[in-house]
Each structure stands twice: as C-alpha cells, then as structure tokens.
Design a protein around this ligand. Structure first.
Ligand code: HEC
Ligand SMILES: [Cu+2]
Length: 481
C-alpha cells in the first residue's frame, strides 16, 4: 500500500517537473532575471500616436533610454493655452518599447530652462518608487539609474514629484511596452493613445492662458478629458488611419490623474483585449475599463470603410470635454457586413390611413409662431439646447476637427440661405469654416420651418455672429415649398 502511494507521488512529481521544464524551454531561462544581455542599443522613442518598431526576435540588450523633461506652453483647445510638463516634449510622453530581459539604463534629463525638479516612476520597474527616488532631478541635471525588465506588459510611467497629482495633471505620463520573448504577434497598424483629465481655473472653453486648478483636481471636476493631451489631437489631420482588412492594435493608457476611462470605439468590436495590459486576453469586447495609472492593448480588424470614433463612453466627456478621436478607414464597401441605410419608410403605428408625416417639409400645426424677436430667441435657444448643442457645443464653439463652430462662423455669416439649407437638408462634403477644413456629415434636422427660423435667429444673434433675423418665409423659400 505504502509503496504504491509513494510510486504515485513520484510519478506526479516527475510529471510536474516535465511540465515546468517544458514551460522553461519557452524562455530558455529559469527566470527573466537570468536572461543575459548582449550588446548596447539606444532606444527609439516616439511621440504619440506613433510607436517604435516592434522588438521582433531580437535578443535582450542593454537599452539606453534618454528622456528629456520639457515644461512648455501649448494649446489644450482653440484659444485656450496651458503650460504642459512633458516627458520628451509631448503629452503623453515618448513611447518606450523594450523586451523582457532587457537591462534599461535610464537617463532622465531636466532641461535647464525648466522651473521645477521632476522624477519618473515606471510601473515596469521592480524597485522602490518605480525609480522615483533614484531619478529625482533638478533643472539642468541628468540622473541615471538602471533596471532589469522582468515582466511583459503595457505599463504607465509618470512623474512622482510632490504634489504628485499636479505633475500628472500637467501631462507627466506615458507608456512603456515590454514585449515577451519573440515579440507580440505582428499586426498591420499600431498606435499610441492615452487619456488624461485636465483642470483649469476657467471653465471649459474659456480663452487665454489657463492655470492649473488644484481644488477642481482634488474634487475630480475635470474641465477637459482628452486623448493625447489636447482636444482634437486625433481628429481631422490627426485622425488615425487604416485600410479595410487591416488589423489595428491600439496601446491605450490612462494617465488620469483622477478619472477611470471606459474606452470604446464606435462601430467596432475589440477582437482582443490584453486586459489591463497584462497576459490575460479577453475576446469580443465592446468597452474596456482602463484605470487611472493603467493601460490596455486592444486589437480589431476593420472590415468596412468609414470613420470610427474613439471615445470615453462616459459620454459627456467625449462630446463635451474632448475625449473623442477618429480612426479613418479607407477601402471597399462590404454590404454583406454593413449595408448602410437601405430605406427610409414611413412608419404609421395605427396602420395606413390618411395620416401625414410631420417632416421638415411643412409647418406643424402645433407650432406656435413666435410673436416677437424676443420670443424667437427664446424658442430658438430651446431648440438649440435640444438638438444642435450635442455637436456644435454650448457656446457654438464646436469640436476641433469634428464639428465646425457656429460662433463667429464666417461660413454661417457669408450666406444665410446656405446655412438654412444645411439645417433643412443636411450638409456633407468638405467645407472651410474660419480657415479650418471639415469633411463630415450633418444629417438633416427633424424640426419644422418655424423652428428652423427660430434656431437660426438664435444662432445668428449669439456668439459674435452678424445678427440676421431669419423668418419662416425665408426658410420656406429655401425649402422650395
Ligand atoms: C450630429 C451632429 C450635428 C447636429 C446635431 C447639428 N449639426 Fe450642424 N453641422 C454638423 C457637421 C458635422 C457639420 C459640417 C458638415 C460638413 O463637413 O460638410 C455641420 C455644419 C453646420 C453649419 C455650417 C457650418 C458652420 O459652422 O457655419 C451650420 C450653419 C450648422 N451646422 C447649423 C446647425 C444647427 C442650427 C443645428 C441644430 C438645429 C445643427 N447644426 C445640428 C453636425 C451637426
Ligand atoms: Cu514632474
């Protein structure tokens, strides 16, 4: 009896041994710590949305990273300036790409023109403060420390100098990717996207140089929530691109400092998500949570052409605070996968009869005509708040690269019939508003002619426009009915 149990446990043990041997075969070394480094190499660093070349099959190396800290003024949105503190001159900071087993010699350089000391905490480091203590560096100095890369994954790095929250809020964060031995499987397109929340003394859109607001940051009342440091960095000319049939990999980080991201791409499903940037791969995901100070790798194949919108699905952040980016996909339509609109049928719940469709083509009887300019403004403001605000924003400022401004819009002020037509019939194709090109679609607005007159009057008599009064008769003329 006894010998039998012994035999059993011995065979179990050898099985276990075999299994662990097999596991170790993959890396050849018992642990990442033992992977030897061959030569030295200067790390390629890239500004967002670009990433350095994949590590592929290269051997572990001594990788020299030279990161320069720059404090510099930039624009967070049109007319709103902000002093960013950056790793490498961009927000998020330069992307670092390494492999397991690399020995990273990190040079943190604080530019002599900077005003403050800084440091770096890399979540890819096994060591106190993630390197923060060893890298604390005054303006005009360079600190060097080194670490062995043990764990694969996508990691956040950030400044950890007091007040830590303020350094992060000003843009001091970025991503470091540690690829496993042999590299990640190749894909067609790779991009670097990182969310961050910003807190300014003035409200969202308030012009001029805006200082950081500590109290709002403590309360987590963000004025801006953005991808890649500013409103509109991934729209218009900054949009990400791909071709139909390609697989896109996004390295997505969240610098915070305060908010968690519900990362989503409108019109796509993530085929794969490396959850929290680690080894666990989830498949067929609609929205993935990215904690502040965390990351995820998402991958998806694009099947049809079009513009796919990247958002934080805490959706007011996307449409009102800036967390909106674009992926433009070109190529052949595939009607089998997505048909587009096939029909616009008349739907009558009570069955066919002598009912009429309320459309923009005729004035609804329920519309009470405005009796005065003041009433037109009041009704118009209501319509604006119900329909136009979602895209053109509360002060008519629009969203850079996506929705043109109505405030001080030269396009609007130049031609009233053309503007009325945009609302009545919709508008698409390239237009130029205040020197910026837009090439998007505004669908026709389902409001009556009376309402069009009111909302246009409101728009023309707000935000520095030319004070045209639009009458229902003018709308009727443009509608041709
Ligand atoms: C779903 C988003 C959306 C809504 C809602 C919307 N628009 Fe637009 N609007 C756009 C887009 C996009 C364009 C630019 C179209 C293009 O690129 O050709 C535009 C263009 C315009 C323009 C001409 C360009 C300019 O900036 O002067 C006017 C005027 C305008 N819209 C007025 C309105 C009014 C008034 C409403 C509400 C009744 C409204 N829009 C509702 C998206 C929208
Ligand atoms: Cu700092």
């Amino acid at each position: 009896m006894k010998s039998q149990t012994l035999l059993k446990s011995v065979s179990l043990l050898s099985l276990l041994l075999m299994f662990s041997c097999f596991k170790d075969k993959k890396t050849e070394y018992a642990s990442a710590e033992e992977i030897p480094v061959s030569r030295e190499m200067i790390a390629e660093l890239t500004a967002p949305p670009h990433v350095p070349a994949p590590v592929g099959k290269r051997k572990a190396k001594k990788l020299i990273v030279k990161m320069e800290i720059l404090e510099e003024e930039g624009e967070i949105t049109d007319g709103v300036r902000y002093v960013y503190w950056t790793f490498g001159g961009s927000v998020p900071g330069s992307f670092i790409r390494a492999r397991v087993g690399d020995e990273i010699e990190f040079h943190l350089q604080n530019h002599p023109d900077n005003k403050l000391p800084h440091n770096i905490d890399l979540h890819a480091v096994n060591g106190p403060g993630g390197g923060a203590e060893s890298s604390f560096v005054a303006p005009g100095h360079e600190k060097v420390f080194s670490f062995k890369v043990l764990n694969p994954g996508l990691y956040v790095y950030h400044c950890a100098t007091a007040p830590v929250g303020m350094h992060i809020a000003n843009g001091m964060y970025g991503l470091i990717l540690i690829e496993p031995e042999g590299g990640l499987p190749p894909v067609d397109k790779e991009y670097y996207v990182m969310q961050g929340d910003f807190y300014t003394k003035g409200a969202n859109g308030e012009r001029g140089l805006q200082p950081f607001d500590m109290q709002k940051a403590v309360d987590e009342r963000a004025d801006y929530v953005v991808f890649n440091g500013k409103v509109g960095s991934l729209t218009g000319d900054g949009a990400l691109t791909a071709k139909v049939g390609e697989t896109v990999r996004l390295f997505v980080g969240n610098g915070g400092p305060g908010l968690v991201s519900s990362f989503h791409v409108i019109g796509e499903i993530f085929d794969k998500v490396y959850v929290e940037g680690g080894d666990l791969v989830n498949t067929n995901v609609q929205t993935t949570l990215i904690p502040a100070g965390g990351a995820a790798i998402v991958e998806f194949k694009v099947e049809v052409p079009g513009t796919f919108i990247l958002v934080d699905h805490s959706i007011f952040r996307a449409f009102n605070k800036g967390a909106l980016g674009m992926l433009k996909v070109e190529g052949e339509e595939n009607k089998k996968i997505f048909s587009g609109e096939l029909m616009d049928n008349i739907y009558i719940p009570e069955g066919p009869g002598i009912q009429t469709m309320p459309t923009t083509d005729e004035i609804k009887e329920s519309d009470i005509p405005a009796k005065s300019f003041a009433e037109q403004m009041e009704f118009g403001k209501q319509i604006y708040g119900q329909t136009c605000i979602a895209c053109h924003q509360s002060e008519g400022q629009g969203i850079a690269g996506a929705f043109p401004p109505l405030a001080k819009s030269d396009y609007l002020n130049a031609d009233v019939d053309r503007a009325i037509s945009a609302v009545l019939h919709g508008l698409s194709g390239e237009i130029t508003v205040n020197g910026e090109k837009y090439n998007s679609i505004m669908t026709k607005q389902m409001i009556s002619q009376e309402e069009v007159a009111n909302v246009m009057t409101y728009v023309y008599n707000s935000w520095g426009n030319n004070k045209t009064v639009v009458t229902p008769a003018m709308v009727k003329k443009v509608s041709g009915k």
